[in-house]
Structure formats: C-alpha cells, structure tokens
Design a protein around this ligand. Sequence first.
Ligand code: XMP
Length: 328
Amino acid sequence: NWSMDSFVEKEIERIRAIVGTDAEVVGAVSGGVDSTVAAKIMHSAIGDRFHAILVDNGVMRLNECETVKEQLSNKLGINLKVVDASEEFLGRLKGVTDPERKRKIIGNTFIEVFEREAAALDKENEAKGRGKIEYLLQGTLYPDVIESISFKGPSATIKTHHNVGGLLEDMRLKLIEPLRELFKDEVRALGKVLDIDEELVWRHPFPGPGLAIRVLGEVTKAQVDICRQADHIYLSEIRAAGLYRKISQAYAALLPIRSVGVMGDQRTYEQVIALRAVETTDFMTADWFPMPVEVLKRMSQRIINEVRGVNRVVYDVSSKPPSTIEWE
Ligand code: XMP
C-alpha cells in the first residue's frame, strides 16, 4: 500500500527531526490498535529510546498483559515495561458503585501510576547516562481531536473519558501524536503495512475503565474474575462463529443482582450475566446485533456451566439511543 508506506516514512522523518539524537520518549500502550500502531511507528523512528508502559489496572480482560507482551515486546521488539498496579486500583475502587466515580478513580490512578513509572524510567536512564525523557507518545486519532475541540458527543459529555492531559503539565512532556490526522480505517490499514497481527488490527475498542464499568455495582476482585471469565467465553464463541468482524463491539456485563435457579435438586441463588453486542459506524448511535440463536445457546450453556457463581444469562436488545453501549 503505497500511500500508507509513504505516510510511515514521512512520519518517521518528522519524529526523528523533533526528538533529535538524544532525547527519549515514553508512551502508554493498551493492547488496542491505536496505541500499538503509534508505538510501532515510534519504535521504527528511534528504536529503544522509546519506552512503552502497560499499566495493569486490575480490570483488564483475561490474559491481556500476556497478549500485549507477546505482541509488542516479543513480536514487534518494542521496549515494554509492564506495571502491575491492580491492587492499587482495586483498593481505591473498594465500596464505589457510582459509574462516574469509578471512571474518575481509574483515570486519576492511571495518571499517578504512569507518572511514577515514567519518572522511574527517567532515573534509570540518568544512571545509565542516557538522554532525558522529553516526549509523550499518544495514539490520538482525528475524530478524537475534532471531538475535543468542536464537538462533544454523548459519551464525551455524559461519561467522562480517560484523559492523560495531566501528564503533560506535571512532567512537562511534549506531546507527539503520529495518528492525529487519521481515521480508524486508515490506522487499521497502517497496522497491516506495519506487520501487526490481523487479530490485533481488527480488535474492537475497549474502554479505559475496562471491566470496572462492566461489573455493575461494587468492583471486587472476585466480581471482576466472574465478569472476565464470562467475557472470555462470549468473545471466543463470537470468534468461533466467525462473527467478530461483523460486530463493532461486544462484551459481557455482570449484573448486581441475583436470581433463583435450580441445579440437580438444589435451589441456587446466583448472579446474572448480560451479553451485549452492537453494530455501529461512529459509536454515537448503535444497533443491537441480531446474534444467531444457536450461537446464543452455546454461549449461555458454556457461561452457566463454566463460570462459578452465574446461573442466568440474558441478551441485551437495546439500541443507542436511548440506551448507551456500556451499561454504566
Ligand atoms: P457509550 O456507552 O457512551 O459508549 O455508548 C460509546 C463508546 O465509548 C466507549 N466508552 C469509553 N471509552 N472511557 C473510554 O475510553 C470511558 O470511560 C468510556 N465510556 C464509554 C464505549 O466502550 C463505546 O465504545
């Protein structure tokens, strides 16, 4: 793809001109396509002077850290630091049920942890006689830029989104955004040119607050584990049915209620999993996805059989608006 190749070349030149031969760059990665493509471009430009940081916030999906490590570190050769801050995040989320408070706690804790880790990297660099960290890489896309200057969509105004603006002020880092003129489909095309795995390139978006807004009510490690297992089964079955690319976003939510069931001759009183899948082009409006009945049957059976503590599965048939894509 000629235009994508030349975009990458130009962007690498631009980054090299900005960063120079001494300074170093830090950036958060999430396992999503945007941050991975941005990281790959930065790595191509300045090699191991770029440091990627993955913060495990305790509300990520099953095996997420391992997957990101495999892709970024093993496959793409990017300098990656994985920070397990899960106890710190879960500790602060204790007793919190309000969705907006969850978002704020996760956003603020993320900034704190990231700054701390970036500062630690800077110290290590100094001890090794390497350059100072002066730049922050972000995988901001054109629609994000537009949204923040002129247009506030429902999710931006009704729900506070993840925001790392604080990093720039506190650490006096300068921002580099290689994708700021691109749309999502262009970033995906770039991902292919850059030899990033097809599966990663086509990944659904995943919210910064992660499973914390999909475990309705209080977020505890036990609740996150249930949600995580159900979500993993759900997405595996979507993939196995060949439906992943047809769906724009899909996840399992753990509801904060219990319902009565029966197992053998025993009455059970356990939790409920809600399955959500939507089709959308812009995430501002969305239709619920008509999941085939046989696929639903298998999903439900597997979740109820394999996930302890769940005795009921329901499928969400609400579109946006008036519902939102997330339950919280
Ligand atoms: P809603 O629920 O508002 O979601 O229809 C629209 C899109 O935004 C994502 N979303 C978030 N992403 N931080 C994020 O990074 C958040 O707090 C957040 N809330 C919603 C959601 O997953 C969907 O893609």
